[in-house]
Design a protein. Structure first.
Length: 342
């Protein structure tokens, strides 16, 4: 019996969509907060293989999701390449910045990343031993553009301004960074797969701030290279791409990259995505995360709407973006019961 997530990724239309949730291991869960306190801070948790595996398993035990996603962060790769990384409580990530050729020259490449990332691969090995046989393990990395926005600015930015500015002022340097990240992402994901990840997902959270040809060059093209290279190394490996807020650029994204599944955020309706994106292959999404905070009738109605809209093709139920710390764990249960009870 093949796992439901793998069946959907292979293009099968299932009577009930398999379900998991972005950021399902996170601060909305009291057991996550307790383990995180035990680890110290967020990065210590990411690099503590036993505890990172523990928080990955918590939402599986509580809810029986069909997939677990490795607990780590997209910014571990820049750290492994040599950037300084730390998290400021209540504010988010901080990194040493890459704005000149001299900064870029401090970055490493190739096998050296594994010195830092080995604990992540160990988390994957523990998970493959401990997950229930029906649960699929998803590995992930950030997409080059999204990771570059943090490396260039040294932090999260509302409009990715510093990264767009570097692209305009020093395009060769910007492109060298995108290329370095593309190459290292393949190395990073390859080790996750060797350790036991069954699917990989590429998070391009800031895809929506690229337009026109630049979207094609810096969002679609790196996703295509990573997908093709991973499939060449690991024949049959399913890939999920998440070009968040891509809008019209969601159309044709499966074909342009070779991804088996495209994750859809909640800025488009499920009816639109079913008509224009699901025709290309499996889709994942796209319930608004806010329903996990507000709950009630609207949660039930919108959950049913998403399931209904995507019911004629392969679909993995998920949120349009990560669940937020203020979400109510009971609303997550209500969402799952609604999906599985339809
Ligand atoms: O989905 C999952 O649960 C898997 C693990 C995962 C995390 N981050 C754990 C995490 C994944 C896939 C990510 C991806 C990630 N990290 C993205 C892309 C996806 C997205 O959400 O758009 C980005 C942009 C980051 C960088 C990052 N990490 C930010 C901006 C923050 C927020 C800081 C904050 O305080 O909210 C993080 C921290 C982070 N990554 C948390 C978790 C569970 C919260 C950390 C905590 O416990 O305080």
């Amino acid at each position: 019996m093949t796992k439901t997530i793998l069946r959907a990724l292979a293009g099968e239309t299932l009577p009930t969509p398999p379900i998991w949730m972005m950021r399902q291991a996170g601060r909305y869960l009291p057991e996550y907060r307790a383990t995180r306190a035990e680890a110290g801070d967020f990065l210590s948790l990411c690099y503590n293989s036993e505890l990172a595996a523990e928080v990955t398993l918590q939402p599986i035990r509580r809810y029986g999701f069909d997939a677990a996603i490795l607990f780590a962060d997209i910014l571990l790769l820049p750290q492994a390449l040599g950037a300084d990384l730390w998290f400021v409580t209540g504010e988010g990530p901080r990194l040493s910045t890459i704005t000149s050729q001299a900064d870029f020259d401090t970055l490493g490449r190739g096998e050296m990343i594994h010195d830092t990332l080995n604990p992540v691969y160990e988390t994957v090995r523990i998970l493959r031993r401990e997950l229930p046989p029906e649960t699929t393990l998803i590995g992930f990395a950030g997409a080059p553009w999204t990771v570059a926005t943090y490396m260039i600015a040294g932090r999260g930015t509302p409009d990715q301004g510093p990264a767009h500015a570097l692209k305009a002022e020093n395009r060769p340097l910007f492109e060298a960074l995108i290329d370095r990240l593309t190459e290292s992402t393949v190395d990073y994901l390859s080790e996750q797969v060797k350790a036991g990840a069954e699917v990989v997902k590429i998070f391009d959270s800031w895809a929506g701030s690229m337009q026109g040809d630049e979207f094609d060059r810096y969002v679609t093209e790196p996703a295509r290279i990573i997908t093709q290279e991973m499939k060449a190394r690991f024949p049959g490996l399913p890939v999920i791409a998440f070009p968040r807020q891509a809008g019209d650029k969601y159309i044709g994204f499966h074909a342009a990259t070779g991804a088996d599944c495209v994750a859809i955020d909640d800025s488009v309706t499920p009816e639109w995505a079913a008509e224009h994106v699901q025709t290309g292959g499996c889709v994942q999404g796209n319930l608004a995360s806010l329903h996990m905070v507000t709950g009630g009738r609207a949660l039930v109605d919108e959950t049913r709407r998403v399931v209904q809209a995507f019911s004629k093709g392969p679909h993995i139920f998920n949120l349009g973006h990560g669940i937020t710390p203020d979400a109510d764990p009971e609303n997550v249960q209500l969402m799952i019961d609604t999906v599985r009870g339809m």
